[in-house]
Write a new protein. Structure first.
Length: 428
């Protein structure tokens, strides 16, 4: 059977077994991966993956399973399994599948990897790091190309096909000199085409340079309340609290502090946040939601006002609220009015936070953790890299007390993010 026949056979089998509503999604992917380990080219491999996801609703009971084989016997067994699972499921009227939409074929990126470009780019990157930052040790660096073909259909007549090819790069590194060693750091980006040296994308070169600077860290000798300037590489750590709070899980349990805040001001008006999975600005976005709807771009925060919750079909039905037009991600934060250098100049005392190591915040937003790969700022100047410094506060309060946003932003392929400064953070 070809891919379409596989999905059709799966849906037909479920219908014949008396399932009320069902969804089948067949995904076939091929990944080319080139690895550097310990400063040397170490591995080139190709991996293939086939996954058939099956979801069924019968008598308001829902169950799902997935298999990696697509022959009829395997599908028949999977259908038996998912039907048996529905019997043990708790009935819920909120379960549903996506409505009928126009049949669509979505496509972006290349169908196959350019291995020459991948090899030359990674080899050039290794040489650049060795010659420019000899203290830097590449623990790992991976260039990969992932091509995915998907077919998504359901019993409401939804029929979507996707072809998607994207390159990604992710280095992990630290610096060593004599008996001094820095904390490790990492970053990454995605792109449809590799068109310039890897170190020129995102914050790669800046973080390599900073890694060398961080060979000479100092500890802070006092506890104070000051500003926290969070870098583009780190800001999603804190943004994730808001996103998690407006998504299905915490909304359904009632633990979200933003559950009744739609169209109300929840952050400083300087913050505008978009989710743009199908924007030309975002190369590594997505075409479909997990629930089987064509994704659309959305505004999550408009000058601090919450414009949407990120609810899927189940959450929307369960709460009697509107379904979101996307699953979040592909975040774009609107530019601020000040330059990054002005954010530094306007800081009397604080730190530049490049990486945060801490546990999940509490339900009310309280957090505490260690500032890694970060810098002390005093009297409008970056003074020195710091070691094992604690930062703590409340994320809800942070965004309400947001100080400023840089007009410079960094494009990671999967998001476009600025530097953001926050007031009232405890640093020790």
């Amino acid at each position: 059977m070809d891919k379409n026949e596989v999905v059709d056979y799966c849906l037909d089998s479920l219908k014949k077994r008396g399932v009320d509503k069902s969804t089948c999604c067949l995904t076939v992917s091929e990944k080319k991966e080139l690895n550097v380990e310990n400063d040397a080219m170490a591995l080139l491999r190709t991996t293939f993956n086939t996954s058939l996801g099956i979801s069924a609703i019968k008598n308001h009971k829902k169950a799902s399973t997935s298999i990696n084989k697509t022959d009829k016997n395997s599908i028949d067994e999977a259908v038996d399994t998912v039907i048996e699972l529905t019997k043990g499921s708790k009935p819920d009227d909120a379960y549903d599948i996506s409505d009928k939409q126009p049949k669509r074929l979505f496509s972006k990126g290349c169908d196959s990897a350019d291995l020459d470009i991948m090899y030359r780019s990674l080899d050039e990157f290794v040489d650049y790091v060795k010659s420019t930052y000899p203290q830097v040790k590449l623990e790992a660096a991976i260039v990969d190309f992932n091509h995915i073909n998907s077919i998504y259909k359901n019993t409401n007549g939804v029929d979507f096909q996707i072809s998607d090819g994207i390159y990604s790069f992710s280095p992990v590194f630290l610096s060593k000199e004599g008996d001094k060693t820095t904390s490790f750091n990492y970053t990454g980006f995605s792109t449809l085409k590799i068109e310039k040296p890897l170190y020129k994308y995102a914050m790669v070169d800046s973080l390599l340079r900073e890694s060398v600077e961080q060979l000479n860290t100092r500890s802070l000798d006092e506890k104070f309340v000051g500003k926290l300037i969070v870098t583009p590489d780190c800001i999603e750590t804190f943004l994730g609290f808001i996103i998690n709070d407006i998504s299905d899980g915490k909304m359904i349990t009632g633990n979200s502090i933003y559950k009744d805040k739609l169209n109300e001001l929840i952050t400083n008006p300087k913050l505008t946040l978009y989710s743009k999975p199908v924007s030309d600005e975002i190369e590594d976005g997505y075409f479909l939601t997990d629930d089987g709807y064509m994704a659309e771009n959305s505004t999550i925060l408009d000058k601090g006002i919450l414009k949407t919750h990120l609810l899927g079909i189940y959450g929307a039905n369960k709460l009697g609220k509107k379904r979101a037009v996307n699953d979040g991600g592909a975040y774009v934060i609107g530019s601020g009015s000040k330059s990054y250098s002005d954010l530094i100049k306007d800081t009397e005392k604080g730190i530049l936070l490049s990486r945060f190591s801490g546990g999940n915040p509490s339900n009310n937003g309280d957090f505490s953790g260690v500032a890694k790969n970060s810098y002390f700022i005093e009297n409008g100047k970056i003074k020195y890299p710091i070691t094992e410094t604690m930062v703590s506060g409340n994320i809800k309060d942070m965004f309400e007390n947001l100080d400023d946003i840089s007009n410079e932003r960094v494009n990671y392929g999967h998001g476009i993010l600025p530097w953001i400064s926050f007031k009232g953070i405890t640093i020790s």
